[in-house]
Design a protein around this ligand. Structure first.
Ligand code: GDP
Length: 197
């Protein structure tokens, strides 16, 4: 699949104000600065659809984009940025939880993980929550260009080892680099296949 048209629909902080759930939907989430905006822009062939910023925690709302008039791509707020106050963090969590539990058309949540880092507690906890809520998710290891191939493989192997301590299997995952434009075809094909089901 190639994205020919990505149209911004609505930005809001209330799951009830999201578009009528008549089309399949795919949401993207991750720690602030993980490379979510860059990935969304890469997928959509757009240089500034999602705002790429050096200031973590900037995307604060649920952003809906209509893709090829056929499905919704949703940019969710980044989580875990230390400089956001406790109250704002709690508000984000509530917004995300409402969205994730109420969106009947959500096909898959893509959780972005920085491929350079060892498994982070906050990501593992978030996945645990998704498991409890039975929300299907897929991982995307971002910024793969920042590591040599062997170091990348070692990090992912380590990630899988940690995941397998509490999950029966490693979730489906993709490896991406927005700088080198890799991972795009695979992720879009995956969405295409889910849309076809
Ligand atoms: P967000 O906060 O998760 O939306 O992250 P951004 O997309 O704004 O990216 C945060 C920073 O990481 C920016 O400086 C990006 O240029 C950089 N970045 C994002 N993706 C990549 C990537 O694939 N490779 C490299 N080398 N840098 C990236």
């Amino acid at each position: 699949m190639e994205i020919n048209e990505a149209r911004f629909v609505i930005s809001n902080s209330d799951a009830r104000r999201c578009p009528t759930p008549t089309l399949p939907e795919y949401a993207f989430i991750g720690r602030s600065n993980v490379g979510k905006s860059s990935l969304i822009n890469m997928l959509c062939n757009h240089s500034h659809l999602a705002k790429v910023s050096g200031t973590p925690g900037k995307t604060q709302l649920i952003n809906h984009f209509l893709i090829n008039k056929n499905w919704y791509l949703v940019d969710l707020p980044g989580y875990g940025y230390a400089k956001v106050g406790k109250r704002l963090k709690a508000t984000f969590t509530t917004i995300i939880n409402h969205y994730l539990t109420q969106r009947s058309n959500l096909q898959c949540l893509f959780i972005l993980i920085d491929s350079r880092l060892a498994p982070q507690k906050i990501d593992l906890e978030f996945m645990r929550e998704m498991g409890k809520k039975q929300i299907p998710f897929t991982l995307i290891f971002t910024k793969a260009d920042k590591l040599k191939p062997q170091a990348l493989q070692d990090n992912i192997k380590h990630y899988a080892d940690v995941m397998l301590q509490e999950w029966e299997e490693m979730p489906h995952f993709f490896i991406s680099s927005s700088s080198h434009k890799t991972g795009k075809e695979e992720i879009l094909q995956y969405i295409d296949e889910l849309n076809a089901n």
